[in-house]
Design a protein around this ligand. Structure first.
Ligand code: BG6
Length: 477
């Protein structure tokens, strides 16, 4: 087996439309769920307002103005040697409310131009169809993905994109981090995944499973239809992977970790195997959940299995079986504990490079499909020196350790890996907190949490480091 990554390994960077494009009302764009979320902080949640409220600050409205500056930014990606670039298509640029019968040509043209610019620079576009960008209208009218009507609207949007860009884009993903909502007690996660708001007393977990099911069906229908449009398409799912370890060798904790993994990653089972695993349908029965799953849905799931697994990896987790509770009643809140072997970022995300190797092997053992690491990175405060330089050695250290483990997974363990696109290759708006000061980029953007700054781009130390990693195919790591 080769000791090297393959020569066509896809090195690049990843972003999402709503976190960098800005221009929230230009080119006929409609309001998305990202447009009504305010700025938060390490210990402060983002507010989800009822529509756009005057006087509130919405960081995604301008973001880093990639919409107008993408050519210069792509030139910097090219300088770093990117082979690919992952972004998403903002649904509201194509169908502003989600319900129009005809797509918005200005929105389609924007992505034509963006993809042309990438291709001109030999950078392969890697495209997510839904990255926390649901049209807000579909929340107010239908309650988001809990309503089956939204399946059809998503399929319509996706069909438009797959047909329009069929000769420009080969790598697609359907729903970004579809499994975040497994943490159904978290308002932000269910809203950004599925546009869900819950009323007091509603069964949040059952509501989440219904919305997730509708998304899984929508995804399968899009995969099937995509393969008909262009048999060369590679269409993947996108899973937020944070392996869950047992907090001790106590068999209760070992089983608690396994049960937590099942609840978080059954989404991948459905995407890959085209059917629900028995542990989940039995769990639904025990809980008395009544999920609307039709015969046609089951056939759709079977017909639209994915070609690869895209996933994000930032950290791992650990669980301890809560005293007096059974496995069915475990939630992240009552079972997750801090891993005392690991340090954490300023936002409390535990740093675990070996967890990435573990994750790559876990996916491979379970699903036997090619993998694509489409997000990984270190959110940190950066300091701009007086001469304008930014010495982000902590970011280089994080990425270097993760790339080392990734390489081991490939060259020693034989994992089939398509590529690696670190998250937020250019500083952008944090999804979780709405901050600009939580930075991931190789490229600094002059803008802060208070909406101040010139938006000027500058290269951090990590820019030159990553350029060398790509040029040498990580030979020196
Ligand atoms: C993932 C998302 O959850 O992690 C991205 O796909 C997000 O949209 C990234 O930005 C990092 O999270 P955060 O909260 O630091 O922006």
């Amino acid at each position: 087996m080769s000791k090297r990554l393959s020569e066509d390994f896809l090195w690049g960077g990843a972003v999402a439309a709503h976190q960098l494009e800005g221009a929230w009302q230009e080119g006929g764009k409609g309001v998305s769920v990202a447009d009504i979320m305010t700025v938060g902080g390490p210990d402060k949640e983002r507010n989800i307002t009822k529509g756009v409220v005057s006087g509130e600050y919405y960081p995604n409205h301008e973001a880093i103005d990639f919409y107008h500056r993408y050519k210069a930014d792509i030139a910097l990606f090219k300088e770093m040697g990117f082979k690919c670039f992952r972004t998403s298509i903002a649904w509201t640029r194509i169908y502003p409310t989600g319900e129009e019968s005809e797509p918005n040509e200005a929105g389609l043209k924007f992505y034509d131009d963006l993809f042309d610019e990438l291709i001109k620079n030999n950078i392969e576009p890697v495209i997510t169809l839904s990255h926390f960008e649901l049209p807000y209208h579909l929340v107010t009218k239908y309650g988001g993905f809990r309503n089956r009507k939204v399946i059809d609207l998503f399929v319509k949007f996706a069909t438009t994109c797959l047909k329009r860009y069929k000769d420009k884009v080969k790598y697609w993903m359907t729903f970004n981090e579809i499994n975040n909502q497994a943490n159904y007690d978290n308002d932000f996660l269910v809203f950004t995944n599925s546009g869900l708001h819950f009323n007091p007393g509603e069964n949040r977990e059952e509501g989440m499973y219904q919305a997730a099911h509708n998304e899984l069906v929508a995804s399968a229908r899009v995969v099937k239809m995509g393969h008909d449009i262009n048999p060369n398409f590679q269409i993947g799912c996108m899973i937020a992977m944070g392996p869950i370890y047992p907090a001790s060798m106590n068999p209760d904790d070992v089983l608690a970790a396994q049960k937590s993994m099942e609840k978080n990653y059954f989404f991948a089972d459905v995407h890959v195997n085209g059917q629900y695993p028995a542990f989940l349908t039995k769990y639904w029965t025990r809980k008395g959940f009544n999920i609307d799953v039709t015969q046609e849905d089951l056939a759709d799931l079977q017909a639209g299995t994915v070609d690869y697994i895209g996933f994000s990896y930032y950290m791992s987790h650990a669980v301890k079986k809560p005293e007096g509770l059974n496995f069915d009643d475990m939630t992240p809140e009552n079972s997750q504990v801090r891993n005392t072997y690991l340090a954490a970022s300023d936002w409390g995300w535990q740093i675990d490079p070996k967890g990435l190797r573990y994750a790559l092997n876990w996916f491979t053992d379970k699903y036997h499909l090619p993998l694509f690491i489409v997000e990984n990175g270190f959110g940190a405060y950066d300091k701009v020196e007086e001469d304008g330089t930014i010495h982000d050695s902590y970011r280089i250290a994080y990425l270097q350790e993760h790339i080392r483990e990734m390489k081991l997974a490939v060259v020693e363990d034989g994992v089939d890996l398509i590529g690696y696109t670190p998250w937020g290759c250019i500083d952008l708006v944090s999804a979780g907190t709405g901050e600009m000061d939580k930075r991931y980029g190789f490229i600094h953007v002059d803008k802060n949490n208070q909406n101040e700054g010139s938006l000027k781009r500058s290269k951090k130390d990590s820019f030159y480091w990553f350029k060398d990693v790509i040029a040498t195919n990580a030979e020196n790591i």
